[in-house]
Write a protein that binds this ligand. Sequence first.
Ligand SMILES: Cc1cc2nc3c(=O)[nH]c(=O)nc-3n(C[C@H](O)[C@H](O)[C@H](O)COP(=O)(O)OP(=O)(O)OC[C@H]3O[C@@H](n4cnc5c(N)ncnc54)[C@H](O)[C@@H]3O)c2cc1C
Length: 403
Amino acid sequence: MLHVPGFKPYYDVIIVGARCAGAATALLLAKGGMRVLAIDRHGYGSDTLSTHALMRPAVMQLSRWGLLEPLIRGGAPVITSTTFHYGKEEVAIPIRSELSIPGLIAPRRTVLDRVLVDAARDAGATILHDVAVQDLNVDVDGRVRGVVLKDADGRARTLAAGHVIGADGLGSMVARKVQAATLISGRASVAHIFGYAAAPELSGYHWYFQPGVSGGMIPTNNGLACIVASVPTSRFDTEFRCNLSAGRLSALMALAPTLARHAAAHDVGRLKAFRGTQGMLRQAHGRGWLLVGDAGFFRDPLTSHGISDALRDAEGAALAILSGSASGLARFQNERDSLALPILEATDAISAFDWSLAELPERHKRFSDAMKAEIAVLTSRSARDQVIPVAPTTARPPAVAAI
Ligand SMILES: Cc1cc2nc3c(=O)[nH]c(=O)nc-3n(C[C@H](O)[C@H](O)[C@H](O)COP(=O)(O)OP(=O)(O)OC[C@H]3O[C@@H](n4cnc5c(N)ncnc54)[C@H](O)[C@@H]3O)c2cc1C
């Protein structure tokens, strides 16, 4: 039998996927008083592909939700500068600190996703791990009415919901089942090969660029740094794929020989790789469904903005549902598109690797301008925060019900 803690026969919202997009959406909807169930096929606190670097929009939102402090207390080092290395030229930029935001952070996903899940549970959401959603329940008029799970006996179980949210990542089952339209496709695709080493004696984020290759050093939990090399997918397929370790080392040697030697000497664990895929922006909502996170918008990880996008759209979707209006949903789509498009375009301009080192800073400035517009919207949302009241913390549902 599949056991669902605190199971209810009907949920206001069921969310497929419970990582940064899904758990954040569950948190905000539960704070708004909704009955929420989020379901993830992976385990509580499990890892996923990520190089962890949070940009300011993500940190702002985590701070507003009261989660930045626990993440810092949990061991994510505070990042107070970011240094761009254009060939031999270094441009160091201090991170502006505010009362509630001492700097940026790059928590491991085993930590960040867990903190979001715990906060969602504390707000009253039910989160179910190690269970895959098999299908959507769609009525004769084509409106999504719930989800279909399989219990331990292999029998299909249907759970009903007012809205189903796809927070199920790049290969979203929800997007596929509802046939969400692709509004825009990106043009660049980059492969990323990364691993962890004892953090070197370098302060803050470091981003390295040479024609055709880039890399990064990102301090994270447990005294480790994530060290990543990135190349166009076409180059990954021909030169890197058959030997990740040699490929990453040669890329890092071209970018930063001292960092390359450090990684070679201090790497812990196995390297991970993401082959890359082009970006895309999908229709954000339809009859009974919404998409958040990578399910709705994917841009290359090279600009480290996926988690910021996920948290922003989690909040946008939650505000739309809580508004209970068609105009709220339309606003979610419009606002997301107006922010996501410049982010996608600026990310593609960097990920295309068609720049010279002299041209690249201007492309980074375009990306920074897109983030400034996003920060302005997030700031104006915080003025509307009363829409999502911070409900008194409820105890996690202790009951275990069977379905
Ligand atoms: C190599 C790499 C490096 C990255 N580095 C950064 C970075 O430095 N900074 C940054 O901000 N972003 C980074 N990103 C992007 C970031 O990881 C994503 O944008 C982010 O994870 C999206 O979150 P999400 O919750 O939408 O999706 P995901 O994190 O993909 O989570 C989706 C969840 O849905 C679950 N799921 C899927 N289908 C089902 C189903 N049928 N039933 C139940 N559960 C299901 C999956 O198990 C998964 O747990 C990186 C991405 C990659 C690939």
